[in-house]
Design a protein around this ligand. Structure first.
Ligand code: BES
Ligand code: ZN
Length: 654
């Protein structure tokens, strides 16, 4: 299959209008870098209405006001359009945007139409604008309070409790609910923004802040941002709240609410070292600064790789940096994902799988081989579990797949992707592999990619001969379900000690517990289960492994025993706490209910929230009333992403 990379004949048109003035005085990026689009069938994004080969957006200039009272964002989006001279129409994505007026660069009204809203998982509706020769388009609009990308937090949902907070989450197709543009990962755009917010709130975006905020004299301030490198629009992000900044290294720092900042800083203090390690591995960090913001716990993900401003959940803070593989992961996206981007979401392993591999390499450099190997082994167990559950033939288990359920998604997209690259590395050797991956980032920088392109690049630039190609099994890895036979398994020694403890635990347990009823045999009630005395010295990964491997049917007595010995319900590590709550709820352990309720009322991270509700839901008469009662309280506090996931779990569809 051949695919053509086109900048179209349109490049000329952009340069010609590059300095055109616009109504708001924005558009300071004079000569935007225009990235090519892919035009092959495998790069056709079915989740956009845009027709980038006809006309496409190359630059977005936003002039927006944040309205915390009405929970609305409104203002103007100025778009620069690249189109053949004869082309008279541009199609944008929009989902729920209220558009009041569209004009060209000189204020002339342009006609437009919002097509039918298709309920296709958030695809929204096409916004078609008649250009009438214009190559600058100015859209006056408002994103309503229910815009799915945005979450407006009440002061109670923040650590400080005094001020409201706003953040956005664009990936995958949510940004069309607050920005009218072509919302496809294969259509890169430079952007800039002027955003006003009430004092004393600070605004950050996934672009470089320009100078000091301007005091508007009406209780508001204006902040300016520029992203002069073309990015897919899902990477445009905003957060606003009562936040402060602390520098880490010369090009890195962290934002958080004042009362969280010190803990946040302590957890991410290795970031500059991680950037150095990443550069050493795969080449220059091309985005200038690398800052992070630790958001309130309602943030629906662990992290989001927004350029120059990674968004992080505070729930990764454990006090010992044990969960900051998350930072390595979002940082690695500065290459895999943000530099080279999946053209379509069916290829999201190109973002997430390559990043998971890269993350592990950073962890190895900064924290050593043992930690990296243990984290890889946890990931591998995840692949095995999912394959055992859905079967080796399930189509969703191919790296290139249509999006399916979230569970299957992350084990495959992330972990099978990671193990694919690990396998290739083990076959060709680290030196050759690293050189290949570095050239992949360099040669496709600021461009979209597909599975097919990745395959062809490996064949052209890595694979030496037929015999090696046979050994690598590239097509099988990328396009076939299941797990190829050449997989480079993690070192079984990674968890030797913990696995021995699990075996001991199970042995002792079956000796005293009736497997049919899950209760202790008469006379054995007084026998206290032995739990590993090593726990204290175990790494976070080892503790997770233990909790994932011990028998899942535990009596109340056993759970109580585990909790009191291991301090599970009082741990500061939310990954451990989550596993504990899962185990406890699956065994209908009443004492865990109040803590679950408290956790679900505070945390909105879908990875934790959705499985906890699912576990309760699967516990029928016991769990469903509890889930229903808790969700009635917590649903309004969740981001649309988390709400959507829990609604599906609990059989609601709204
Ligand atoms: N880009 C993802 C988050 C994402 C994925 C948002 C799909 C929307 C759709 C981010 O980089 C990520 O993978 N986050 C993980 C981090 C973990 C794997 C270390 C998360 O949030 O748990
Ligand atoms: Zn990721």
């Amino acid at each position: 299959m051949r695919r053509t990379i086109t900048v179209l004949s349109l490049l000329l048109a952009t340069t010609a209008c590059a300095t055109a003035p616009t109504g708001s005085g924005l558009m300071t990026v004079a000569e935007p870098m225009v990235s090519p689009i892919l035009t092959g069938a495998d790069a056709l994004d079915t989740m956009t209405y845009a027709q980038p080969q006809e006309a496409r957006v190359t630059h977005v200039a936003l002039d927006l006001a944040l309205d915390f009272d009405e929970k609305r964002v409104g203002g103007t989006a100025n778009l620069r359009v690249l189109a053949d001279p004869g082309e008279d129409e541009i199609v944008l994505d929009s989902n729920g945007l209220q558009i009041s007026r569209i004009t060209d660069g000189s204020g002339r009204e342009l006609s437009y139409e919002i097509g039918e809203m298709v309920d296709e998982g958030g695809k929204g509706a096409p916004l078609t604008i008649q250009l009438g020769g214009a190559r600058n388009v100015s859209i006056q609009y408002m994103a309503p309070a229910d815009a799915a990308a945005l979450q407006w937090l009440t002061p109670e949902q923040t650590a400080g409790g005094q001020y409201p907070y706003l953040f956005s989450q664009g990936q995958a197709i949510l940004n069309r609910t607050w920005i009218p543009t072509q919302d496809s990962p294969g259509i890169r755009q430079t952007w800039e923004a002027r955003v006003t917010a009430p004092k004393p709130l600070d605004v950050v975006m996934s672009g470089v802040r320009q100078g000091e905020p301007e005091d508007l004299g009406n209780g508001r301030r204006a902040f300016r941002f520029v992203m002069d490198k073309p990015v897919p629009p899902y990477l445009i992000a905003i957060a606003a709240g009562d936040i402060d900044f602390q520098a880490i290294g010369p090009r890195s720092g962290v934002w958080a609410e004042p009362s969280v900042l010190q803990r946040a800083y302590d957890e991410v203090a290795d970031t500059e070292e991680m950037i150095d390690a990443a550069e050493e591995l795969y080449g220059e960090y091309r985005w200038g600064r690398y800052d992070m913001i630790v958001l309130p716990p309602a943030f629906p993900y662990g992290g989001m790789e927004n350029p120059v401003m990674t968004f992080l959940t505070p729930t990764f803070i454990a006090g010992d940096r044990s969960n900051n593989g998350l930072v390595a992961h979002e940082l690695a996206h500065s290459w895999s994902g943000n530099l080279v981007t999946n053209a379509v979401w069916e290829d999201s392993w190109l973002n997430e799988g390559v990043t998971s591999y890269f993350e592990n390499r950073i962890v190895e450099e900064v924290y050593g081989e043992q930690r990296a190997e243990q984290e890889a082994a946890l990931a591998f167990a995840g692949i095995e579990d999912v394959l055992a559950e859905v079967g080796m033939d399930a189509p969703g288990t191919a790296l290139h797949h249509e999006s399916t359920g979230a569970e299957i998604g992350s084990a495959i997209t992330y972990d099978k992707g990671h193990f694919f690259l690990r396998t290739v590395e083990s076959i060709v050797g680290r030196e050759r592999f690293d050189a290949w991956l570095r050239q992949w980032f360099d040669n496709h920088a600021f461009q979209p990619a597909t599975s097919q392109l990745f395959y062809e690049d490996m064949m052209a630039n890595l694979v030496r001969n037929r015999a090696e190609a046979d050994r690598l099994m590239l097509r099988e890895w990328i396009f076939e379900p299941g797990l190829p036979s050449n997989v480079a398994r993690p070192d079984p020694a990674a968890f030797a000690e913990v696995d021995a403890a699990v075996r001991d635990y199970s042995k002792i347990r079956t000796a005293i517990v009736d497997p049919a009823t899950g209760t202790a045999f008469p006379g054995a009630e007084g026998v206290r289960l032995r739990t590993p005395s090593e726990w204290e010295n175990w790494t976070s990964a080892e503790r997770q492994r233990f909790l994932q491997r011990i028998p899942t049917d535990l009596s109340a007595r056993e759970l109580e025993n585990l909790d009191s010995k291991l301090g599970l319900s009082t741990t500061r590590n939310n990954e451990i706490l989550f596993l504990w709550l899962e185990l406890a709820l699956a065994n209908r352990y009443e004492p865990a209910v109040p803590q679950t309720e408290q956790f679900l009322g505070r945390v909105g991270r879908a990875k934790f929230v959705s499985p906890l509700f699912a576990t309760l839901w699967s516990e029928g008469d016991w769990g469903r009333p509890i889930a229903t009662r808790i969700y009635a309280e917590t649903r309004p506090t969740y981001h649309a992403v988390t709400r959507g996931a829990v609604d599906r779990v609990m059989g609601r569809s709204e």
